[in-house]
Design a protein around this ligand. Structure first.
Ligand code: SF4
Length: 233
């Protein structure tokens, strides 16, 4: 049976989509691997790229690329980075002329939410924030059993309610929502229901200080080698 090919950019060593050429030169697409999406789905790419022709999308994408550019600087030794993500967030929000920002945060990052609010207010933004536990809805509402409560059986435990977080920020009409440390799955729901522009400042990683990539950097060491161990069927 012939296996269907899907894009696997993560395994590509050719990277002809990002060639070191001069402006106007043609990327050598023919040299791309068979699983390259530029070979597998050229019509889709061409059609979807026309989305950038819509003036508001084009302008947003342009500002994002300008912001990306401004995160680097050329110094005698070469190119280096200069702006942490929180400053990038501030600069991009100013570029977009956003005035009101909304933070959707995890209760475990309440301190960080306060600090972020201070920072953003000091930079001139109006800042709305909504904690994940908003609504104080007991976890029983979604079928959580006593033995599945983090505080243990017998405790009242409010569920995380990312849908309510999203709908509050939608209702308040923030110019942009900022996700701060929502858990996996809760973030998925928040993204699904959020109808304003959305960005992420941080994702939840309870072990690595909310830097999940630390686990990837350790995946080939004895400390976290279990990540690479093949799972038996
Ligand atoms: S788009 Fe094609 S060339 Fe670029 S990384 Fe993916 S597979 Fe490689």
């Amino acid at each position: 049976m012939v296996k269907k090919l899907y894009p696997v950019c993560a395994r590509c060593t050719k990277v002809v989509c990002f060639p070191l050429l001069k402006s106007g030169e043609e990327p050598p697409i023919d040299d791309a691997p068979a699983y390259c999406p530029m070979k597998l789905m050229p019509e889709l790419i061409e059609k979807v790229t026309t989305e950038y022709d819509r003036p508001e999308v084009r302008e947003f994408a342009r500002l994002a690329s300008v912001q990306e550019f401004e995160c680097y600087e050329q110094v005698p030794g070469g190119r280096r980075t200069k702006i942490p993500r929180v400053e990038e967030l501030i600069q991009f929000s100013h570029k977009c002329n956003y005035k009101k920002l909304g933070i959707a945060f995890c209760t475990g990052l309440a301190n960080e939410a306060r600090i972020l609010t201070d920072i953003l207010e000091n930079k001139g933004f109006e800042v709305v924030s909504v904690r994940c536990k908003v609504g104080a809805t007991p976890k029983e509402r979604i079928g959580i059993r006593e033995e599945e409560k983090i505080r243990g059986p017998g405790w009242l435990e409010s569920m995380c309610s990312p849908i309510v977080q999203a709908e509050i920020l939608n209702a308040v009409k923030v110019d942009m929502a900022i996700m701060l440390g929502l858990c996996i799955g809760h973030d998925t729901l928040f993204i699904k229901y959020c109808r304003v522009p959305l960005t992420v400042l941080a994702v939840k990683d309870r072990v690595f200080g909310h830097n999940p990539l630390a686990a990837l950097y350790l995946a080939n060491t004895s400390y976290y080698g279990r990540l690479m161990a093949k799972t038996e069927d």
